[in-house]
Design a protein around this ligand. Structure first.
Ligand code: NAD
Ligand code: UDP
Length: 319
């Protein structure tokens, strides 16, 4: 079946935090969006408001299983994969298979439909990096048999598949390496640091810092990242990874302080054991996306946190 629009987009993981924002953005620009998800970590609430839109279709499917679509697909954004350490570590075999078998199934679909493809990869491909900041040509420092390996190695293998389908079968397949991104629609029980700190602060319970809190991350607001996805899909070179993230780097202590200030919370800070293989520093070198594609993140952590806190206030007061 040929659909009316020339821009039929498939978003896998479309009921998740980033996927639902991407679906919304694509619909706003007039595209016809098929959102696919198995609700592993995604939620119906994230897409309820889109179900009425004529240009929006939802398919419940696990990408580990092959997928056949009877209509044309021009672009595939593959975001399906649990992303938060506690969630992706719950069932490591599932996580690895989602990245590897799932990406293989979607690349086969891209061949069949002659669709452009974008793979949501991650800064985790650099593991606990020994080079700082991390440029795309750094090969990383990754443990193959640790608690994070199912995610890190799964995403690395997925990049290899994207590269091989691109080189061997000519798929126009792109890769974005996403650095810690946060914002509204993260789950309260997501387990990542930004949502944990905000939820704890709003409930006036202790903020849990893992380790000594001197480890760093660079936090990107979701709106900047979605701009980056669209830019790379439009202008990115195939089989070429692009780092997408905000290069402003913070320690977890600094993040905790900022959240406490912005929420005016009475919470204290407690220190918990640092999880195995937790990266010490992480900061994207975004020269490639900036200089070649003209993409730069614009939202400061202070501003992004304010919007995210407002979101969590609204969901906690309505539940
Ligand atoms: P999320 O957990 O909110 O979204 C993931 C979505 O994928 C969920 O809706 C989930 O139900 C779906 N999913 C999981 N396994 C699936 C399967 N087998 N079949 C179909 N759907 C499945 O996480 P997110 O933060 O929105 O992340 C989206 C993508 O971006 C993921 O691929 C993640 O690895 C990548 N990423 C995110 C970040 C970040 O900081 N947010 C950083 C690096 C990479
Ligand atoms: N972290 C923390 N307290 C929490 C959750 C996470 O101190 O309640 C730390 C975690 O150990 C890591 C950093 O915050 O050093 C970022 O963790 P997150 O799970 O958000 O992302 P990732 O480790 O995948 O970058």
């Amino acid at each position: 079946m040929k659909l009316n629009s020339d821009n039929n987009v498939l978003v896998t993981g479309g009921a998740g935090f980033l996927g639902s924002h991407l679906c919304e953005r694509l619909l706003k620009s007039g595209m016809r969006v098929t959102c696919l998800d198995n609700f592993d970590t995604g939620r119906k609430e994230n897409i309820l408001h889109l179900l009425e839109d004529q240009l929006f279709t939802f398919i419940k499917h696990d990408i580990r299983e092959p997928l056949e679509l009877t209509y044309d697909v021009d672009m595939i954004y593959n975001l399906a994969c649990p992303a938060s350490p506690p969630h992706y570590q719950l069932d490591p075999i599932y996580t690895f298979e989602t990245s590897v078998l799932g990406t293989r199934n979607l690349l086969r679909l891209a061949v069949d439909k002659q669709a452009k493809f974008l793979q949501a990869s991650t800064s985790e491909v650099y593991g606990d990096p020994l080079v700082h900041p991390q440029p795309e040509n750094y090969w990383g420092n990754v443990n193959t048999i640790g608690v994070r390996s199912c995610y890190d190695e799964g995403k690395r293998a997925a990049e290899t598949l994207v590269f091989d389908y691109s080189e061997q079968l000519g798929v126009d397949a792109k890769i974005v390496r996403i650095f810690n991104t946060y914002g509204p629609r993260m789950r309260s029980d997501d387990g990542r640091v930004v949502s944990n700190f905000i939820v704890q602060a709003l409930q006036n319970i202790d903020l849990t810092i893992y380790g000594d809190g001197e480890q760093t991350r660079s936090f990107c607001f979701y709106t900047d990242l979605i701009d980056g996805f669209i830019t790379v899909m439009e202008k990115g070179r195939k089989a070429t990874p692009y780092n997408l993230g905000n290069p402003d780097e913070f320690t977890m202590k600094e993040l905790a302080k900022l959240v406490l200030e912005q929420t005016e919370s009475n919470s204290s800070i407690i220190y918990r054991e640092l999880p195995q293989d937790d990266p010490k520093r992480r900061n994207p070198d975004i020269s490639l996306a900036k200089n070649v594609l003209g993409w730069t993140p614009e939202t400061s952590l202070e501003k992004g946190l304010m919007e995210t806190i407002k979101y969590f206030e609204s969901v906690t007061s309505s539940s």
